[in-house]
Design a protein around this ligand. Structure first.
Ligand code: FNR
Length: 413
C-alpha cells in the first residue's frame, strides 16, 4: 500500500519494481566478472531456467468475497519471528558487486525486518556484520571445513553473535562447473575474495601460522596475492605494506583453498552437530525426498530445499518441483524453507502454497545492491513482500496458513 501511494504521489523508486528491468539495470551497474559470478549458473544454465519454468507450471485460482481487510504475513520459524515468509540467502564474495556488500545487506535486512543468513564466504567478519544489525535476526551459514577445529570455532562464533540458527550448506562440497567464471578466469576465491570469516578466525590463523613456507623460503608476490592482501587489509589500510613483506596473506589464501570445503562430508558429520551446538540446525541444499526424511529422522530442525540457484549441477531438478516431492514425503509438520528461482511476491505465494514455510531470496537482492546499495536491497525486499501481500488479498487469504495448494492448479497453458 505504501509503495503504491508513493508511486501515485510521483516518487520514483530507486530500483525497478519488475524483475526483468531489475536484472537489466543490475547488469549495467556491475563489472563483467562481477556479473558473470552473480548471475551465472552451472553448465548450460538448464537448472537456472528450470527453476523459473517450474513456477510457470502452476496457476493461482483466486477466491472472492472473503473479507481480507486484515492480513498477517508473520509466523514463527525456529524461534525467529518472521514478519513475512522471506529471508535473505547467504551470498558469498559479494564484494564483486559492491564494497562492504555484507554490511549493506545486514543493514537492509535489519531495516526491512527480515532475517539475514550470513555467508561463510563473506567479505566482513561475522562479528562486524552482526554489530551492523543491532538485535535484528541473523542466521549463520557454514561450509563444513576439512579442519574440525575450525568447524567448532565457526560454530562457537555463530553462537556468540546470537545467530538464530546454523545453516549447513550441503551442496557445495566442491564448486560447480561454472563456464561464465571459468571463461573469464575469474573464480573469486582464488583472488582471496570472501575469506574474511576465515582470516578473522583464531583457529584459521593458527593453521596459517603453522603452514610451511614454500621451498625457496622466499615470499612469492603475485597478482593473486596482492589482490588477496587488499581484501584482507581492507579495513586496516595501514597494515597493507607490513603484510606485503610477510608471506602470510598468500598463506591465508592457500590455507583457505586447502580447507574450506570437505568432499568427504557425510551423515556421520551431521550426526555430531547436535552435541556441538545449542543452535537450531538447518540443512541447505536438499533435493531428494529420502535425504529430507533422513534429515528429520536425525533430528534436524529445518531444511532448505535448494539447488543453489542453479549454480552447482546443470540440468538438476527445479527447486520448486523438489519442494512438492519433499513436502509430500515428509508430511505437513517438518519445517521446510525453499530457494532458487524466487523472483516475485507471486512466486513466494506459490512456494508457500506448495509447502514452503518460508523462502530465501538470492540474486534479486544482490541486483538491488548493485543498482542502489543498501536502499536497493531494502526496496527489493519491500517489493517482494508487498506483492505477496497483494496476492494474498486478491486471492482471498488473510494469513499464511490459508495459503494452500487448494488455491493452485497445474497451469493448463
Ligand atoms: C550463492 N549461494 C550461496 N549459498 C550458500 O550457502 N553459501 C554461499 O556462500 C553462497 N554464495 C552464493 C553466491 C552467489 C553469487 C549466489 C547467486 C548464490 C546460494 C544462495 O544462498 C541461494 O541458494 C541462491 O542464490 C538462491 O537462488 P536465487 O534466488 O539466486 O535464484
Amino acid at each position: 500500500n505504501a509503495i503504491y501511494r508513493a508511486g501515485v504521489l510521483g516518487r520514483r523508486p530507486a530500483v525497478p519494481t519488475d524483475f526483468a528491468e531489475l536484472e537489466r539495470r543490475a547488469k549495467k551497474a556491475s563489472s563483467t566478472t562481477g556479473w558473470a559470478y552473480v548471475a551465472g549458473g552451472a553448465g548450460e544454465g538448464r537448472t537456472m531456467r528450470a527453476n523459473r519454468a517450474a513456477f510457470d507450471r502452476w496457476a493461482i485460482v483466486p477466491r472472492m468475497l472473503r473479507d481480507v481487510a486484515e492480513r498477517d504475513l508473520g509466523q514463527d520459524l525456529l524461534g525467529t519471528r518472521l514478519t513475512a515468509p522471506v529471508l535473505l540467502a547467504p551470498v558469498g564474495a559479494g564484494q564483486l558487486i559492491a564494497a562492504d556488500a555484507d554490511l549493506h545487506t545486514a543493514r537492509a535486512a535489519a531495516a526491512a525486518g527480515v532475517p539475514y543468513i550470513f555467508t561463510n564466504q563473506g567479505g566482513t567478519a561475522m562479528e562486524e556484520t552482526a554489530a551492523a544489525m543491532g538485535a535484528a535476526p541473523r542466521w549463520v551459514q557454514l561450509y563444513w571445513s576439512t579442519d574440525e577445529a575450525l568447524v567448532d570455532s565457526l560454530i562457537h562464533r555463530a553462537e556468540a553473535i546470537d545467530a538464530g540458527a546454523l545453516v549447513v550448506t550441503l551442496d557445495t562440497t566442491v564448486l560447480g562447473w561454472r563456464p561464465q567464471d571459468l571463461n573469464l578466469g575469474s573464480l573469486p576465491f582464488a583472488k582471496g575474495l570472501g575469506i574474511a570469516q576465515y582470516t578473522s578466525d583464531p583457529r584459521f590463523q593458527e593453521l596459517v601460522a603453522s603452514r610451511k613456507p614454500n621451498k625457496s623460503g622466499k615470499t612469492e608476490v603475485t597478482i593473486k596475492a596482492i589482490q588477496a592482501l587488499i581484501e584482507i587489509t581492507r579495513n586496516h589500510p595501514g597494515r597493507f605494506w607490513a603484510n606485503l613483506r610477510s608471506p602470510k596473506p598468500r598463506a591465508s589464501v592457500e590455507t583457505f583453498l586447502d580447507i574450506y570445503s570437505n568432499p568427504r562430508l557425510s551423515w556421520d558429520h551431521i550426526a555430531t552437530l547436535r552435541e556441538r551446538t545449542r543452535l537450531p540446525i538447518v540443512l541447505k541444499g536438499i533435493l531428494h525426498p529420502d535425504d529430507a526424511k533422513r534429515a528429520f529422522d536425525e533430528g534436524i530442525d529445518a531444511i532448505v530445499v535448494s539447488n543453489h540457484g542453479g549454480r552447482q549441477v546443470d540440468n538438476a531438478i527445479a527447486s520448486l518441483d523438489a519442494l512438492v516431492r519433499i513436502r509430500d514425503a515428509v508430511g505437513p509438520v517438518p519445517k521446510i524453507l525453499m530457494d532458487s528461482g524466487i523472483r516475485t511476491g507471486a512466486d513466494v505465494f506459490v512456494a508457500v502454497a506448495l509447502g514452503a514455510d518460508a523462502v530465501l531470496l538470492g540474486r534479486p537482492y544482490m541486483y538491488g545492491l548493485a543498482i542502489a546499495g543498501q536502499r536497493g536491497i531494502e526496496e527489493v525486499i519491500a517489493n517482494v513482500i508487498a506483492e505477496l501481500d497483494l496476492t494474498m488479498a486478491l486471492t482471498g487469504v488473510k494469513n499464511l496458513s490459508e495459503v494452500s495448494r487448494e488455491l493452485l492448479v497445474p497451469n493448463p497453458a
